[in-house]
Design a protein around this ligand. Sequence first.
Ligand code: FCB
Length: 404
Amino acid sequence: MMKFPQNFLWGAATSSYQVEGNNSNADWWQWEKETGKVNSGAACRHYELFEQDFDLARSLNHNAHRLSIEWSRIEPEEGKFSQKELQHYLDVILALRARNIEPIVTLHHFTNPVWLSECRGWLNPEVRTYFARYCNFVCRGLAEHVRYWITINEPTIYYSHSYIFGFWPPQVKSLFKAKLVEDNLVGGHIQAYRLIHKIYKEKNLPEPSVSIAQNVMAFVPCTQSLKNRLTAALRHKWYNLGFLERIHKNLDFIGINYYSRQLVDLKGYGISNFAGDVCQDNHLPVKKNSLGWDIYPQGLEELLLKLKKFNLEIMITENGICTADDHLRWEYLSAHLKNIYLAMEKGVKVSGYLYWSLMDNFEWDKGFVPRFGLIDIDYSTYKRTIRESAKKFAQVCKTGVLEV
Ligand code: FCB
């Protein structure tokens, strides 16, 4: 039996673009229309149905919920801030508070307003000022009701998917540009971090707790050759730690999103080899999610131990599986909880666990096919159905006890 601390945060995460629907002022919306690849459309209609969704979260004993604010709703045109949309998010946060659910609020979760993407997006050095101006508006409006802020979700995924590999808008492939974006994300975070603290001081509110949500992966050498071991270590340093090392003095805790393992098999000596070669031979086989990502719960314990050096509390801001097999979902979830517990026993301070996601939703360039939710969505009726795995997790949320 594993007993988690009394004040542990238990819940799930979502992001505005993936669940709300009709975010027609966002760069992703424009990209969907231009490429025809996917169509987020009404998503889960969470923009209208949030009360119903939070009733379900409460019925599942969640005491925390991570959500994001859609910048393109708040500032649909440059410099024009919408009081109406700010009020909407205030209503969302108050709806959580009314259910005794702690809101964890993300300010940037991949999407940008179209006007920003039209002026070079995160490549434009002005973006730091734009982002700070938006954060200022949102934070002043919500500060009284929010303690936890995530400034930027997965900066490393954002700049690598959008500016190195070019899968996501604006589909750029340039290491040089990716570096500029990374620098602006670092600057954007640091400015937002300081600003949020300043606003709380001015308002005489208790100190906020501010972080990013950093995507981390277990990099495992597929053979014990020196080149594979070295590359795995390099990837860990660049991908998992690089961004954190640049901002750790401006973090109150570390938010991490952990999903999977990468089996490292270096096949050549170019930059793309170092950054991306993966073993295709299925050495060291493990079960996979429906997108083919390896399931590797022990990687989470190992990573938590490696992050201990920052001497900051850690919150698991995302961890989850897309699968048609709900038994596997519970196997995944409980195995990851077990590994968090093992790390905590070794002295890592973990403050909470947020499963990705509360409900099935729009999975970016993969559309609606992957099912990550604790709650199933029927996209023809928008009916919500709680999955069995969610009920098992609800027991842990209620008691703090994991039976393994
Ligand atoms: C993370 C993202 C989140 C979701 C999950 C599956 O990288 O932060 O929006 O897409 O992956």
